[in-house]
Write a protein that binds this ligand. Sequence first.
Ligand code: FAD
Length: 433
Amino acid sequence: QTHVNVIGAGLAGSEAAWQLAKRGVTVHLYEMRPVKQTPAHHTDKFAELVCSNSLRGNALTNAVGVLKEEMRMLDSVIIRSADDAAVPAGGALAVDRHDFADKVTERVKNHPNVTVFNEEITKIPEGPTIIATGPLTSEHLSQQLRELTGEEYLYFYDAAAPIIETESIDMNKVYLKSRYDKGEAAYLNCPMTEDEFNRFYDALVEAETVPLKEFEKEIFFEGCMPIEVMAKRGRKTMLFGPMKPVGLEHPETGKRPYAVVQLRQDNTSGTLYNIVGFQTHLKWGPQKEVLKLIPGLENAEIVRYGVMHRNTFINSPNLLKSTYQYKDREDLFFAGQITGVEGYVESAAAGLVAGLNAANYVLGKDLITFPDTTVIGSMASYITTANSKNFQPMNANFGLLPPLEERIRDKKERYEQLANRAIGAIQNFVKKV
Ligand code: FAD
């Protein structure tokens, strides 16, 4: 039987290697650390957490909590090690980062089916392979990926605008219209009076931002400007940019607002909208406060905050199948942050699905797509069906799941039902895999 190459022993690569090995598949796991470090890693351990020691919420009223539960049921080495290395953190699953990384390293490295090579991969290998080299993929391999995917399908930064749940938008205040009524009305428009704009402007330029890391400073040379930086150029600058009101007169009154914030549909099912042109470096707390000042978004449920990161990722909607398989080469899989999922747990979840499917591939079994009613399946569905033109990485969130048959207004109750449906669906799948 052929072996599977796994490149990168981070969150995704470690999980993928584990899922392969436990199914009896031989794994060659390549990790460049400690021979070559990334700008964010400090150790030679597998699954090193480069920043926070929290794997976020653990409760089932939280999509990332449901995702963890799904992964527990699928025998995830990342979640098992996190549970074993947990430290008290209220409703979150936080870990002692050294203990956690030690446990993952031991379990994966000591598995008899896994052989570890400490070297940098600079060429995409032949034969069954999973690429899980993360947001800080080394330069040589990035170059190869660029050749594989085509230049326009590999990104080095994510400059993402906030994404909100459609259910939480006050539809009485916004209106559907495209600029100059061109094409089908596609945008939700949040109109502002001059007073509202001034209040919003003052809050935006005062709000606290995240300090840039040394290796992130080059982002601005790429010409994508955070909204707060644009605002600081002058009180009226945004009115000629993303907040331009011309052609967006109110369909009922015919009046032109002083300023407009546009929302663009973000997923095929229409449960999410993003705020056009609002990529930002604002800290999450202040970001929420500023966004609340936009008419219609007073109670907006933000499922993904705006960020600007150094982040290597591919245009998955064009390149990947929901099995995490590369469309043009069926023995090549991608996993982790490089696929456009965002976060520790999400990266590991992508590794789990890619590992499972690479195992099925070499064992001659059917490949698996998890139902989109599960959180793990909804992530795969999002990254492979999102609008490829403005594809940006995504966290696990309830907005990605198909709506319930019956509309439930109470958020907590809605989330509970979505969680129950997800866990029920995964139980059926556990038997299958
Ligand atoms: P990684 O965990 O980075 O694993 C990739 C591995 O591949 C690394 O070990 C690397 O050394 C190796 N590698 C790279 N190139 C090669 C090569 N050519 N050959 C061999 N090996 C190679 N998410 C959160 O949920 N919370 C946070 O607080 C958080 N903070 C972040 C901070 C920073 C600075 C960054 C960049 C990201 C952060 N993320 C955070 C996002 C993301 O969850 C993590 O980056 C996560 O580690 C991604 O998992 P991964 O397996 O895709 O990549």
